[in-house]
Design a protein around this ligand. Structure first.
Ligand SMILES: [Zn+2]
Length: 149
């Protein structure tokens, strides 16, 4: 049977053809696309897309709450880590730690069930079982009011 001449017949022929294609110039920028201000390869983004997602409702609420908490804690005289485990950073790398995972906070716990903790201490309680983390936070809060009165 006679084979048609369409396409390469041997591997060497196919390889040569592929290499020749690779050497060929890349497709030039389309003139029409240029007029529209983008190159043909670039993915078109919707207007106002900044490359990352905007903070959601909960993130915004927490950002606002954190500002209030900073003032509240300063008034209470709490300006350093309340946990003080080994490797504690004291008044450096501070954050607010919650008694529950963020999505499990109830009612006003976002503002009431918090303690001031440095990142190393925060990380220690963060990876404990949920009930242990809650117990620690509640104990710290209870001790706080005891020492004030
Ligand atoms: Zn600490």
């Amino acid at each position: 049977m006679k084979r048609s001449r369409i396409g390469p017949k041997t591997f060497a022929e196919a390889l040569a053809k592929a290499l020749a294609r690779q050497k060929a110039k890349p497709r030039p920028v389309d003139q029409k696309d240029r007029e529209h201000g983008y190159e043909w390869r670039r993915v078109k983004r919707p207007l106002g897309y900044s490359g990352r997602l905007k903070p959601g409702r909960k993130t915004k609420a927490w950002t606002a709450e954190r500002r209030k908490l900073k003032v509240k804690y300063a008034q209470m005289g709490i300006t350093s880590c309340e946990l003080g485990y080994q490797g504690c950073k004291r008044d450096d790398w501070l954050s607010f730690a919650h008694g529950r995972k963020r999505r499990k906070l109830e009612g006003d716990e976002l503002s009431t069930l918090t303690i001031l903790a440095c990142i190393p201490c925060h990380d220690r309680i963060e990876f404990l079982p949920a009930d242990e983390m809650l117990a620690i936070v509640e104990r710290v809060i209870a001790l706080r009011s005891e020492s004030q009165s």
